[in-house]
Structures are given as structure tokens and as C-alpha cells.
Design a protein around this ligand. Structure first.
Ligand code: UT7
Length: 326
């Protein structure tokens, strides 16, 4: 039995929001944003665009990249913190929009770590031989949950979706999933959250006035936790797999802040092979790692057998590192 990632894709909406655009909205500067985050632009969806629209485009591109059709998919998993609605799941909406035949479809929520949570789940389901070909999507319309009056957060986020097609074959013994650490620490959840909207804090005018339906973050604390948890998880995963840093072809860390990416890369010893695109897209939550993978894949920079070290961190607090074989 073999399990491989056979297709990648991503989608960002056309509209680009630059740092100088943000200078007109909040008290900030291009110089501050670039020096503190590395971000220059991010893509923002139209009001009428839903997360499922972003996810559908990304999914379509990944299915095409795999050389398959929607009829080949028998599992759809969408990671999102901005579902179209509480129910039905965004996965079932994407299934319908893509014309995928009836099959298991569900959402997961692990914030920016969602795509890596999803890969762990999808891999386990394929390995158990319950399904053959999974479409895994990480997608978020973060512009809809951004407090556009808070300069410490609104400069960070962008809208996007990315997708992977993961397939089990009955020939060969290749398994893309080499080793992983996938974890969470709910005791520290208050550093990064959207407190309102759910059953604990139903929609209300008070909630709107208190910005309870938008992302609230303790930036410096989140920064610190992101660096520590991603670099520790990377080292643990390399140790589990008996792999040293010189054997890794590419490293992809969640694209939240260029300084976080550099700090993780330095600690893990992979500064010369760390992929970066946060300057163009900002923090796109669970889409970010899939966008990096797709850019590497389509630009021909991945060779069969390459080891790719991935790491992510997000609300929950959640984190993961996964060593993947291309
Ligand atoms: O994807 C989930 C994970 N999220 C992250 O990983 C994000 C992690 N955190 C960060 O990326 C950084 O903490 C931020 C980019 C959010 C903030 O950068 P920082 O270097 O940690 O800045 P800070 O929050 O310590 O703020 C320093 C100063 C403050 O002013 P005072 O109090 O020193 O006068 C802020 O008010 O910078 C000010 N500031 C800004 N100034 C201009 C905060 N945001 C801005 C801004 N423009 N946009």
C-alpha cells in the first residue's frame, strides 16, 4: 500500500490590499508593517465571496493538478475557522460546488494549524483503507473576522484557500507521512481567539460593540509561543524520524510573520531551505502551508523523495510539525 500527495492547488481573490492602503485605514506605516512582519500585500475577498468559493477554486486546481476528476474523490475535509455557516459544513458545500459524488465530507477547526491537523486525519483514514482519494482544503475568509480598527491585527491577515489531493494506491509501499507531532494546549487559548458568535456568546449588539466576533490576539505572547512550539515540534519530529537537518530539502512554517519564520528556521538549522511567501499573502490561516507546497510543486522545485518539514501554530493553542516525503 502507498499513500501520496498527488495534487496541489491554491486560490486567492483578485483584490490586493497593500500596506499603503492600510495606512489610510489605521495609524500604521508600510515601514512598520514590513519591518515587524515582512508583509507587503494580502488578498481580500469581495463581500459576496464565501469561504466555500475560495475552497472550491483551490480544490478544482488541486484535482486538475492530480490529473483526476471530481468523480475520483471519496473524502472531502475542509479546515476553516470561517465556515460559510455553522451548518451545513463548508466541506459539503464544496462537495456540491465541485460536483463530487456523495461521500464523507466534514469540517475541522484547528485554526492556522488546520491543514496539518487535516493531513494527519486524512492519512489515518486512507491508511485504514476506508477511503481512497481525499481532497483536503484549508480555507479562510479572515477579512470577515478582522477588526479593521485594530492596527495590531488588521495588517496581518489575508483571504485564501489551498488544497491537496491525497491518494492511497495498492501498489508500492511509499508513504508521504514520515513522522509528526500534532498537539494543542487549551489552557493558553485566551492569547488568540474569536470569543463571540458560538453557544457561549451568541450574537448580540453588545458583542458587536466589543468586537467579540473578530480576531483578538496578544501579539507578543503569540509570537513567543509560535516560535517555541514550532521549533520544538520540528526537532521532536526530526528525532522521531532519525533525520538530521541536512537531509531536509525544504521547510515550510506557517506564514504568520517573517520574523517567526526566521526564528524557527534558525533554531532548527534550516535557514537556507525555508520557504517564504508571507510578503505577498500575509497570514492566510490554514491555507498558508498548502500555498507554499503548491508554489514549490508547480515551480518544479520538489523532487520525488524530497523530505519536506512543515510546521504550524494557531489558536487553540494548536501546533504541529510533520515530516513529509514528496
Ligand atoms: O497565525 C496565528 C499566529 N499569529 C501570529 O503568529 C502573530 C504573532 N505576533 C506577531 O506577529 C507580532 O506580535 C505582531 C506583528 C502582531 C506585533 O509585532 P510586535 O513586534 O510584537 O509589536 P508589539 O505588539 O510589541 O507592539 C510594539 C509597538 C506598540 O506601540 P508602543 O506600545 O510600543 O508604543 C504597538 O502599539 O508597535 C505598535 N503597533 C503598531 N505600530 C504601527 C502595533 N501594531 C502596529 C501597526 N503599526 N500596525
Amino acid at each position: 500500500m502507498g499513500i501520496r500527495i498527488i495534487g496541489t492547488g491554491y486560490y486567492v481573490p483578485e483584490r490586493v490590499l497593500t500596506n499603503s492602503d492600510l495606512e489610510k485605514i489605521v495609524d500604521t506605516s508600510d515601514e512598520w508593517i514590513q519591518s515587524r512582519t515582512g508583509i507587503r500585500t494580502r488578498h481580500i475577498a469581495e463581500e459576496s465571496t464565501a469561504t466555500s468559493d475560495l475552497a472550491m477554486h483551490a480544490g478544482q486546481r488541486a484535482i486538475e493538478n492530480a490529473g483526476l476528476t471530481p468523480a475520483d474523490i471519496d473524502l472531502v475535509v475542509v479546515s476553516t475557522i470561517t465556515p460559510d455557516s455553522p451548518t451545513p459544513s463548508t466541506a459539503t458545500i464544496v462537495q456540491r460546488k465541485l460536483g463530487i459524488p456523495p461521500c464523507m465530507a466534514f469540517d475541522i477547526e484547528a485554526a492556522c494549524t488546520g491543514l496539518l491537523y487535516g493531513l494527519d486525519i486524512v492519512h489515518a483514514m486512507l491508511a485504514a483503507k476506508h477511503r481512497k482519494t481525499a481532497l483536503l482544503i484549508g480555507g479562510d475568509k479572515l477579512s470577515g473576522v478582522t477588526n479593521w480598527t485594530d492596527r495590531s491585527t488588521c495588517i496581518l491577515f489575508g483571504d485564501a484557500a489551498s488544497a491537496l489531493v491525497v491518494q492511497r494506491t495498492d501498489e508500492g509501499d511509499e508513504d508521504f507521512y514520515v513522522a509528526s507531532e500534532v498537539s494543542a494546549n487549551g489552557y493558553e487559548a485566551g492569547f488568540l481567539q474569536i470569543p463571540g458568535f458560538g453557544s457561549a456568546c451568541p450574537p448580540s449588539q453588545e458583542g458587536i460593540d466589543a468586537h467579540a466576533y473578530t480576531i483578538q490576539m496578544n501579539g507578543p505572547k503569540t509570537f513567543q509561543m509560535a516560535v517555541i512550539s514550532m521549533s520544538n515540534a520540528c526537532r521532536n519530529v526530526m528525532e522521531k524520524a532519525h533525520v538530521t537537518h541536512d537531509q531536509i530539502s525544504w521547510a515550510i512554517a506557517h506564514q504568520a510573520n517573517d520574523r517567526i519564520i526566521s526564528a524557527v528556521a534558525d533554531r532548527v538549522g534550516i535557514s537556507d531551505r525555508i520557504y517564504r511567501n508571507v510578503a505577498r499573502f500575509g497570514n492566510t490561516s490554514s491555507a498558508s502551508i498548502g500555498i507554499c507546497l503548491d508554489e514549490l510543486n508547480r515551480s518544479g522545485q520538489l523532487k520525488r523523495g524530497d523530505l519536506i518539514l512543515t510546521a504550524a501554530f494557531g489558536a487553540g493553542l494548536t501546533w504541529a510539525a510533520e515530516l513529509l516525503r514528496w
